[in-house]
Write a protein of this length. Structure first.
Length: 162
């Protein structure tokens, strides 16, 4: 839940008028999800100092769940992008794409990382691969594609050939 309050710092319930939520008592998956949402929201709002406070907690929550699967690797890469670690995000994308060269989340993450690194040639190549793979990959109905549908829809709009 993106708007849920968290215990600690300026993100407590006191700031929102609600009682604080103890994230340490949450199941790891819920904790990671809430922290991911918080980091993404802070990134969208331009509150990078706040995003940088919550990013390590979010990444640690993902890592505590065990080896990163494709979906979690994408989420960690997106967190890395928000806090300015495009090289780490690119490494996450590379790992996803080594496992499945047409995985849409891997391609989306690679596009965003290449853009953050101002690597226009790599970005164009990943965009081309994304467009070529999009229909067949979406037909697989992978849960992570549903969870990140709006991001994939935005990627498709942004990568349309001129």
């Amino acid at each position: 839940m993106a708007g849920a309050p968290f215990a600690g710092g300026a993100a407590t319930g006191a700031a929102t008028g609600a009682s604080p939520t103890d994230i340490a008592s949450m199941p790891l998956e819920e904790r990671a999800s809430r922290l991911f949402d918080r980091v993404m929201r802070y990134g969208e709002e331009g509150k990078l100092d706040s995003a940088r406070i919550f990013a390590p907690m979010a990444i640690q929550s993902y890592e505590m769940m065990g080896p990163l699967d494709t979906h979690r690797r994408y989420d960690v890469g997106m967190i890395d992008l928000v806090i300015g670690s495009a090289d780490i995000a690119r490494a996450q994308a590379d790992t996803i794409l080594r496992q499945n060269p047409t995985h849409l989340l891997g391609l989306r993450l690679a596009i965003k990382a290449a853009g953050a690194q101002k690597d226009a040639a790599a970005r164009a190549g990943f965009e081309k691969r994304f467009r070529a793979a999009e229909a067949a990959e979406r037909a697989k109905n992978l849960p992570e594609y549903g969870d990140h549908k709006s991001d994939l829809d935005n990627a498709l709009k942004a990568t349309k050939a001129p």
